[in-house]
Design a protein around this ligand. Structure first.
Ligand code: KIV
Ligand code: ZN
Length: 542
């Protein structure tokens, strides 16, 4: 008998992108979507098309380019989120209809607190709206998902009624969100079991779970929901998402794979892709993965204590419940030196999944040669950092053209910087600061004059060794509010933006990361016209 199949619904590009600072450019979103397809997700929530014309366009491009197969291989369902309004549903359909398998996901809250304060609607009005909007979505699209937002704090009897109405109106998936991460695993499992037992017609639908991590219970709640009969798990890469985040894809998938004795269920995920996708999402969102994060943290497979190391040498199962190779956590070493050719580099990049266009290959080859002059061994991690730094950047309005710093114990740290502005003009500025990075950032601020506050600055080495590439991730908060979509309306709010930079010189990497974040912010504020971005093609399905 075949094992029950758990559909993996990835919402990194929608709920994940709602994390502060996680805003991605449309090229980055497309690249993440390709990586998610390669990972084998069943459904990809590509965004919230009604949020803005840019969001709609990003979902449309993903539907066209990732939601269709050129070689007969399996492609994911491409889903767009919509509030329970005609306009949102129309926008979602406008974006996803180009996919081979489109889905509209609509939601309306069902907890007393959300209905009374946020929606200002009665139970009857909520029921009617769900009936109308699910039917409307179904008139456009065969595949419709409905979520009673804040289901975790809703009255179960009311939930049963509303889910029944959603089924009668044509919903094909019923998603049960613990929107505020409030429930406990036994409670959430019982809620799912109750729904499966009491909602008439539920056997015609897929029951899904969507948990948030406010109490650190998202994975436990998701697994409890699956044990109670849910057959779709809504997750994000690295668990990114609103507040404390969503359930982490890698945790659910590896729990199901590692504890087959308890679950006896399967997913369609190629687990060996997990580490790479995690890194890609971390770079693009500028959300650094904590070192002790399960499955994808830098220390997830590290053994420090002598007793543990001794045990590992004797039998790795003494302290290791999964092999790092299972999640693609071992980086092979590509030993190429300055005499190595383009072909070897290109072949390695293709085997890593990158199919670069000629101009992009020239850029990467030049950076590779420069790095090979400084470093003896270049790993896959180095190559990925070079690609992120060189190609996956927001539209470059201000470009770093030169940087020199003087620092140490003898005087005031000083940075002199040269930037090229969007019109091609050169600006040179020198500043002093508390350290070389501070001096550099002050010089950049003096040229660009876009008010923002630095919220986070993280630096780390890509590989071990003194010659390693340094990666810098920064997060800035703009001081000029921009228009953002709140749950039911639009509000003005300062937004955060992330930036990434890599270089063997950590001050240069720091300058690049800060400029990347400022460039994203300036584009979002619409000060420099529409975003024109170049695209990097990733080879899919190899
Ligand atoms: O957490 C939540 O309730 C959501 C819904 C839109 C599904 O993200
Ligand atoms: Zn959510």
């Amino acid at each position: 008998m075949s094992k029950p199949y758990i559909r993996i619904f990835d919402t990194t590009l929608r709920d994940g992108e709602q994390s502060p600072g996680a805003t991605m450019t449309s090229v980055e979103k497309l690249e993440v979507a390709r990586a998610l397809a390669r990972l084998g997700v069943d459904v990809m929530e590509a965004g919230f098309p009604a949020a803005s014309p840019d969001d709609l366009e990003a979902v449309r491009r993903i539907a066209i380019e990732v939601g269709n197969s050129t070689d007969g291989s399996r492609v994911p369902v491409i889903c767009g989120l919509a509030r329970a309004t005609k306009n949102d549903i129309d926008r979602a359909w406008e974006a996803v209809q180009y996919a081979a398998h489109p889905r509209i996901h609509t939601f309306l809250a069902t907890s007393e607190i959300h209905m009374a304060y946020k929606l200002k609607m009665t139970r009857e009005q909520v029921l009617e709206r769900v009936r109308d909007m699910v039917s409307y979505a179904r008139s456009l699209c065969e595949d419709v998902e409905y979520s009673p937002e804040d289901a975790g704090r809703s009255d179960p009897e009311f939930l049963y009624r509303i889910l029944e109405v959603a089924i009668q109106s044509g919903a094909t998936t019923l998603n049960i969100p613990d929107t505020v991460g409030y429930t406990l695993p036994a409670e959430f499992g019982a809620l799912i079991a109750g729904i499966i037992q009491h909602v008439p017609g539920i056997e015609k639908c897929v029951v899904s779970v969507h948990c948030h991590n406010d109490l650190g219970l998202a994975t436990a709640n998701t697994l409890a929901g699956i044990q109670a009969g849910a057959r779709q798990a809504e997750v994000t890469i690295n668990g990114i998402g609103e507040r404390a985040g969503n359930t982490a894809l890698e945790e659910v998938v590896m729990a199901l794979a590692t504890r087959q004795d308890g679950f006896e269920m399967e997913t369609g995920i190629d687990t060996t892709q997990i580490t790479r996708v995690s890194k890609l999402v971390s770079n693009y969102t500028s959300i650094v993965v904590q070192p002790n994060k399960a499955i994808v943290g830098a220390n997830a497979f590290a053994h420090e204590a002598g007793i543990h190391q001794d045990g590992m040498l004797k039998n790795n199962q003494t302290y290791e419940i999964m092999r790092p190779e299972m999640v693609g956590a071992t980086h092979s070493k590509l030993v190429l030196g300055k005499h190595s050719g383009r072909h070897a580099l290109k072949a390695r990049l293709v085997s890593l999944g990158y199919g670069l266009q000629e101009g992009e290959m020239d850029q990467i080859f030049e950076r590779f040669k420069a790095l090979a002059d400084q470093k003896k061994v270049i790993t896959d991690a180095d190559l990925e950092a070079l690609i992120s730094d060189e190609l996956y950047q927001p539209r470059e309005l201000f470009v770093l053209d030169g940087l020199q710093v003087a620092c140490g114990t003898m005087g005031m740290p000083t940075a002199t910087i040269r930037l090229r502005d969007p019109a091609g003009g050169m600006h040179v500025q020198a500043s002093v600061g508390t350290g070389p990075v501070d001096a550099t950032y002050k010089a950049i601020d003096a040229i660009i004059q876009a008010p923002s506050t630095l919220q986070e600055f993280v630096i780390h080495a890509v590989t071990e060794g003194i010659d390693a590439l340094g990666e810098v991730t920064v997060r800035i908060k703009g001081e000029n509010p921009s228009r953002v979509l709140a749950a039911q309306s639009e509000i003005d709010q300062p937004r955060t933006f992330g930036g990434y930079g890599a270089d063997t010189d950590i001050i240069v990497a720091s300058a690049k990361a800060y400029l990347a974040a400022l460039n994203k912010m300036l584009v979002a504020l619409g000060q420099y016209g529409p975003v024109e971005e170049t695209s990097v093609q990733t080879v899919i399905n190899q």
